[in-house]
Design a binder for this molecule. Structure first.
Ligand code: PLP
Length: 329
């Protein structure tokens, strides 16, 4: 990459940021942001010319590297053709991306609802679950993050929730965490058994007729990369079915092949029983998928979600479904 260090420009960028930019979830006065001058592949450069390996892939969202040439070319091509359309219209890119996501998510999955971000998707999933089940309580774990908007931040378990709990009908419970077990368990299997007993008790004490949704990160991200012990998600699936509760799989941080499967829940919970999955890709594109009956129950929309210029990316990143492979046409 051709890039010349420019410390003076770095200072200008730093001063602009400190003067005018409000950063999320931070005490503004304590910030000392690194100024990024260039990015390429797995690396970022600062204005002094230092090259850094982007180990965290920004917020675990630059999955295929910075400025992948195929992504850049596809966005440029689509932006010159159709860059945005309103939600009520049909479009080839939106339809193709939705088809590929549906096929990758597995059987029982029917439709994709594109939103603008993770919290936005969580809000809409919770609303859909409540309307579909006619039950308003939402269960989520203490060790979780689901976004910074009304219901999403109230569903969140971590302390960012505390000054922001304005949404109602949210109940928190303890998820499994074998390393620091809240259930004094001796093994991952025992942790699963006790965590599921605890969840079922919470459902029973809250009232199964009042609980409409359980929202879980399939692999808990921000709270510490907590991988569910064997059998836990299968157990959640069974409890959700038993009490007619919608399971919302928040895969903002774990979806789209980050765990080795296209969606993290597919590692454990069996094919496509999740009520909703979410994708996290480097553009502000989010998808929601529902089992068939939910997809039919209600359609919803967002003002600017899924602009075609954002959609070539999944078209490139996702394997083409067999029906679209040229060799099989
Ligand atoms: C599991 C999870 N859900 C939701 C969100 C919120 O996503 P966004 O910041 O795009 O609104 C995040 C963000 O990190 C997340 O990790």
């Amino acid at each position: 990459m051709s890039f010349s260090p420019d410390p003076a420009e770095g200072k200008r960028v730093y001063d602009l940021d400190r003067e005018y930019v409000f950063h999320s979830w931070s005490a503004q006065g304590a910030l000392n942001p690194m100024c990024i001058a260039a990015t390429e592949g797995s690396y970022v450069w600062d204005y002094d010319g230092n090259k850094w390996l982007d180990f965290s892939s920004q917020l675990v969202n630059v999955n295929i590297g910075h400025q992948h040439p195929k992504v850049v070319a596809a966005i440029q091509e689509q932006a010159a053709k159709i860059s945005t359309i309103a939600p009520q219209h049909a479009n080839d890119k939106r339809g193709e991306a939705a088809q590929r996501i549906v096929e990758l998510a597995g059987p029982n999955m029917a439709k994709v609802f594109f939103t603008n971000g993770g919290a936005d998707a969580v809000e809409n999933a919770i609303r859909m679950a409540r309307i579909h089940t006619h039950k308003h309580k939402v269960l989520s774990t203490y060790r979780s993050y689901h976004g910074n908007t009304g219901a999403a931040i109230t569903a969140t378990g971590d302390p960012r929730r505390w000054p922001n709990e304005y949404a109602s009908q949210h109940v928190h419970f303890f998820g499994p965490y074998p390393y620091r077990s809240p259930f004094w368990s001796d093994s991952p299997e025992q942790e699963t058994e006790r965590a599921l007993q605890h969840l079922e008790q919470v459902i029973q004490f809250e009232g199964p007729n009042t609980v409409g949704a359980i929202i879980l990160e399939s692999v808990v991200g921000t709270a510490g990369i907590l991988v569910p012990p064997p059998g836990y998600l299968e157990g959640v699936r069974a409890l959700a079915d038993k009490y007619e509760i919608v399971w919302i799989a928040d895969e903002t941080m774990s979806g789209f092949a980050r765990t080795g499967k296209w969606f993290a829940f597919q590692n454990w919970a069996g094919p496509a029983r999740s009520d909703r999955v979410r994708q996290g890709i480097e553009l502000r594109l989010r998808a929601r998928r529902w089992r068939g009956h939910l997809g039919r129950h209600r359609e919803d929309r967002s003002t600017i979600a899924s602009s075609p210029a954002a959609l070539p990316t999944p078209a490139i990143r996702l394997p083409r479904p067999p029906s679209l492979r040229p060799s099989m046409r």
